[in-house]
Design a protein around this ligand. Structure first.
Ligand code: DGY
Length: 425
């Protein structure tokens, strides 16, 4: 274990770029939003100051309207190192957009940041932590205000407008909503894609996925990333992981508010209301988990994905059913390690392809946290042991084959290293 810890620390050192950490050098050469939150949690065990610097760098790119961007582009990295690069996202709005001179995408990612800050603050108390919390709290609160005020859809739930915003880009849950999207002229997309130079095409989203990703994001960009009338965008869904993480982080914001002497009232209220909406509107008893909602059609998406287990982070709800699903054949079987990203028994599972089956360390970590919070210690320890085992056998890979443990996607992946350090702490 000492050797694994040392190698995890080396991975985070290797990916540190002075102000923030890249997820991995070649495939993701900029700063990613939810990656930074997970990275900070692990980094806090090594360099608490660097952990807060990571989050500060991200929040320094916060838009005037409060959104915290999915990617903050590093100006030192060439335009064509990543697709779609900074030029594609322009023009960014001047009013309500990013700070002058800062280049970002116009999307968001699951808001794990407040929960990350509270996690760090609870484990590493002290004056430096207090100062960091005082600095970060108002910015995190503004991000949540943006999500609750501007992204509210379907009475009370919070929506996302691109599969990239879910963090689970090619989840089978997005197949149906994306089928309705006209991909436009798709030819040439392979030539533009940079990810295929750094990862096996069989581990990545397909060209058909990418053509639609580009059509969806172009529609949002072309209206200046405006959030009025969200269902008129080509893609608008409610994702159970995004909403569960937001409600969980909103609870964390209430705790952070108390620490800085601010009024926690609105956070408590919003967390309670969103939790209630998730439990009452997104649960599918037949599947034994929560499901996404296609806001454009009003229809639920009947797919059993790891996102549908994320409401285990919240108080109340259908916990016994979720625990059964998590322990049942869709997500567990002899030899299966971690929590697969998709139902292993589904005909369209693809155990090597990104979010269509592989085990990822971040979602496994979220469920580990949820299990610990509910006193499901033995189950939580099994997941932690799985993470250790996967990394010990295959290295700090981006994701893993849930059955064989084969390492997939890129190597030297930051959140794999960071969250391994956290489960070992
Ligand atoms: C990618 O480039 O594959 C990312 O997942 C987008 O955030």
């Amino acid at each position: 274990l000492a050797d694994l810890r040392r190698r995890a620390a080396a991975t985070l050192r290797r990916n540190w770029r002075g102000k923030a950490t890249v997820p991995t050098a070649a495939l993701y050469p900029h700063q990613w939003s939810w990656d930074s939150a997970f990275i900070a949690i692990g980094q806090a065990h090594l360099h608490p100051r660097r952990a807060f610097a990571e989050l500060t760098a991200l929040l320094d790119a916060q838009w005037g309207d409060g959104r915290v961007p999915q990617i903050v582009f590093n100006p030192a990295v060439p335009e064509d190192a990543y697709f779609p690069g900074p030029a594609f996202w322009r023009p960014l709005p001047r009013r309500g957009g990013p700070p002058p001179g800062v280049s970002t995408t116009g999307l968001v990612q699951p808001p794990v940041h407040a929960a990350a800050v509270l996690t760090i603050a609870e484990r590493h108390p002290g004056e430096a932590t207090d100062a960091a919390v005082r600095r970060l709290y108002p910015e995190l609160a503004r991000f949540h205000d943006y999500l609750f005020d501007r992204r509210r859809v379907a009475s009370g739930l919070v929506g996302i407008v691109h599969p990239w915003e879910s963090g689970l880009d090619n989840s089978p849950a997005w197949d149906g909503p994306l089928d309705a999207v006209d991909p436009g002229p798709a030819h040439g997309i392979t030539g533009l894609r940079r990810d295929l130079r750094h990862a096996d095409a069989g581990h990545r989203p397909t060209d058909a996925d990418y053509a639609r990703y580009m059509a969806v994001v172009a529609a949002y960009r072309d209206r200046g990333y405006a959030d009025d009338d969200l269902p008129s965008l080509p893609f608008c869904v409610v994702d159970p992981l995004f909403c569960a993480v937001l409600a969980w982080s909103e609870q964390a914001l209430a705790a952070l508010a108390r620490r800085v002497g601010a009024d926690p009232g609105r956070h408590v209220e919003r967390a309670r209301e969103l939790t209630h909406q998730v439990h009452t509107r997104l649960f599918d008893p037949a599947l034994g988990c929560y499901v996404a909602l296609d806001v454009r059609t009003g229809r639920a998406v009947a797919k059993r994905t790891v996102a549908g287990l994320a409401p285990l982070l919240l108080p109340g709800g259908h916990r016994p059913v979720l625990l059964d699903t998590l322990a049942g054949p869709s997500f567990a079987a002899p030899g299966v390690r971690g929590v697969p990203s998709y139902d292993l028994t589904a005909a369209d599972a693809d155990l090597r392809r990104y979010w269509r089956g592989p085990t990822w360390v971040n979602t496994t970590w979220l469920l580990w946290r949820a299990l610990l919070a509910h006193g499901e210690t033995e189950h939580a320890e099994r997941l932690a042991a799985d993470v250790v085992c996967l990394v010990a056998d295959a290295g700090f890979r981006e994701y893993f084959h849930p059955v064989t443990g084969e390492g997939l996607g890129s190597d030297h992946f930051s959140w794999t290293a960071a969250l391994l350090l956290d489960v070992l702490a």
